[in-house]
Design a protein around this ligand. Structure first.
Ligand SMILES: Nc1nc2c(ncn2[C@@H]2O[C@H](COP(=O)(O)OP(=O)(O)O[C@H]3O[C@H](CO)[C@@H](O)[C@H](O)[C@@H]3O)[C@@H](O)[C@H]2O)c(=O)[nH]1
Length: 245
């Protein structure tokens, strides 16, 4: 990163987020950060999110871009496509962020600061470090599932990260180049874990800063049984390389 403001691209994957996207974009542009760009990656959402994104891009041509894909192809593939575009367009920092307002926009400047002032390769918005929290609406079973997923992943892969499945992250461009995202194998939530694993395997450091994770504002989660199965198997595939593929 140079002396001037880093070029920051927030990559936002969307599938049926028509009502949430304009609110998120309003909050992000409201931060007033020089060099902040939003790249929406829409998988031809049936609710017309792609059209909403195009309209936002027309209103803010310097700050919003849209990558349209033809069909729903999963969170991981959407991120790989969006991050690749962001790197090609010269981003210094790439931020991953859900469209549903569950990730607090106020944390974005803190994440950028952490990258600027430390040796961290990536900064996670973490629910499970001191000061982090979960929305009160989460039932005990959902909390237990999330805690179990973190325990499971850390026990197998030894990531030493408290929120190993977190989806709110700020990456240095050079970290993303080193972990070679074009060859990422997982697609659903396991994508987050695979990205962390590659970072740690390269000897790079993952930092966590506390966030409050809110319940999504509108719409529904896209978590499916297939996504959960992939998440359960992926740590073993990563550990044993190609033998389980
Ligand atoms: N383009 C595209 N976007 C998608 C797809 N599937 C989901 N998304 C988008 O990806 C974001 C997250 O999807 P959700 O379905 O809302 O995720 P979640 O269940 O709340 O899971 C979140 O928390 C997990 C950790 O607990 C994270 O692992 C996960 O990445 C995400 O941040 C949303 O903006 C959603 O529209 C897809 O196939 N294609």
């Amino acid at each position: 990163m140079g002396e001037s403001s880093p070029k920051v691209t927030v990559v936002v994957p969307t599938y049926n987020e028509r009502d949430n996207l304009p609110k998120l974009v309003g909050q992000l542009t409201g931060l007033g950060l020089p060099g902040l760009h939003v790249l929406v990656v829409d998988d031809n959402s049936p609710d017309g999110t792609g059209d909403v994104a195009d309209k936002l891009a027309t209103e803010h041509p310097d700050h919003i871009g849209v990558l349209h894909r033809t069909e729903k192809d999963g969170l991981g593939r959407a991120y790989v496509a969006g991050i690749t575009r962001a790197l090609d367009e010269g981003a210094d920092i790439v931020i991953q962020m859900d469209a549903d307002l569950s990730h607090p926009v106020e944390a974005v400047p803190r994440m950028i600061d952490e990258l600027a002032t430390s040796d961290a390769a990536v900064v996670l918005g973490s629910r499970y470090v001191a000061g982090g929290s979960l929305a009160g609406e989460w039932g005990w079973h959902r909390k237990a599932l999330s805690a179990w997923a973190n325990f499971y992943v850390n026990a197998i892969l030894r990531l030493h990260v408290k929120d190993a499945t977190a989806g709110f992250k700020a990456w240095r461009a050079e970290t993303l180049r080193r972990i070679d995202i074009a060859t990422i194998r997982s697609n659903g939530y396991a994508f987050q874990v695979e990205m962390n694993y590659r970072t740690v395997k390269q000897g790079m450091r993952i930092a966590e800063i506390p966030i409050r994770f809110e319940e999504r504002a509108d719409g529904v989660s896209k978590m499916s049984l297939a996504v959960q199965l992939e998440s359960a198997l992926m740590p073993w595939k990563l550990l044993f390389g190609r033998k389980l593929s």
